[in-house]
Design a protein around this ligand. Structure first.
Ligand SMILES: C[S@@+](CC[C@H](N)C(=O)[O-])C[C@H]1O[C@@H](n2cnc3c(N)ncnc32)[C@H](O)[C@@H]1O
Length: 270
């Protein structure tokens, strides 16, 4: 067993960098809007869980400045090294198995991580435990079952092939323990964990060049598994990649649900 067992998409493969760039293009504006609203600023101590690439970590580092701290953790930190300088510390860490790296964070954030973690209940508890009283939690995760299509307008054979392959990808994720309806559960889970002022919203693009980049990198990364598990043939995959590259399809993603709240202050009135 390695610590990355269960996670389908290995960060060391070349396509991982393309996927992280696409996540940044598609989701950073939403993430940064939520982080701004939560008040992240100079001197804050932040934990970025399952950080993946550097875009969110670098943004947080600028916000917290030299008096703050950003602890960036992942089971695979190979794409995080360029961000590893003060105020950022990069650590190999499994959020479902290891103790929190520190206590007393002002902010803990995880994006598109927990859906992949089989023991996501323990992971969420650990993140909440690591907050200081009054600290903020922002969890952003996909809900592929809420909007399962790569091409919501399923109007021709290219789109039908795209949606068939997307269905296969979901099967692979589910076989590895992903919860494909996780996003919608987040507000209730945060409330039941005792967080206050819990709110949530959802965002997904319906047509964007970054969706095509994400799809191409993802399919190239998992093509062997799609073929060996009988979900698609090499010809299907080549045809789909060519359709994506031709740019004639409108591609979407699963909705990303952002849910946030704050830990109760120690004393009332805070
Ligand atoms: C889909 S990527 C998202 C990356 C980044 N958060 C973003 O939004 O661009 C999922 C990330 O979670 C990491 N990951 C998966 N399981 C994990 C675990 N148990 N503990 C910590 N990180 C994990 C992966 O290595 C990967 O970097």
């Amino acid at each position: 067993m390695t610590r990355t067992d269960g996670y389908l998409l290995d960060n060391r493969q070349a396509e991982a960098a393309e996927r992280f760039d696409a996540f940044a293009a598609l989701f950073d504006p939403t993430t940064f809007r939520h982080l701004e609203r939560l008040g992240v600023g100079a001197g804050w101590r932040c934990w970025e869980v399952g950080a993946g690439g550097t875009s969110v970590v670098s943004w947080l580092a600028k916000k917290v400045g030299p008096t703050g701290r950003v602890v960036a953790t992942d089971i695979d930190t190979s794409r995080l090294t360029p961000a590893a300088r003060p105020p950022v510390e990069v650590l190999v860490h499994d959020v479902a198995a290891d103790e929190p790296p520190e206590e007393g964070f002002d902010l803990v954030h995880a994006r598109l991580v927990l859906v992949h973690v089989p023991d996501r209940e323990r992971a969420l508890r650990s993140m909440i435990d690591s907050l200081r009283p009054g600290g903020r939690l922002l969890i952003e995760d996909a809900d592929p079952a809420m909007q399962p299509l790569l091409c919501p307008e399923d109007h021709g054979p290219e789109q039908q092939l795209a949606n068939r392959l997307r269905n296969g990808f979901r099967t692979l994720l589910a076989e590895r323990g992903a919860d494909l309806s996780y996003g919608r559960r987040l507000p209730r889970l945060l409330r039941e964990a005792g967080l206050l002022r819990v709110e949530a919203d959802a965002y997904f693009p319906l047509a964007s060049p970054a969706c095509a980049a994400l799809e191409s990198a993802t399919v190239r990364q998992i093509r062997d598994r799609l073929v060996t598990e009988g979900i698609a043939t090499d010809e299907d995959i080549d045809r789909h990649l060519a359709n994506v590259a031709a740019g004639g399809m409108d591609l979407a993603t699963a909705p990303m649900i952002s849910a946030w709240g704050r830990k109760a202050p120690e004393e009332t009135g805070g």
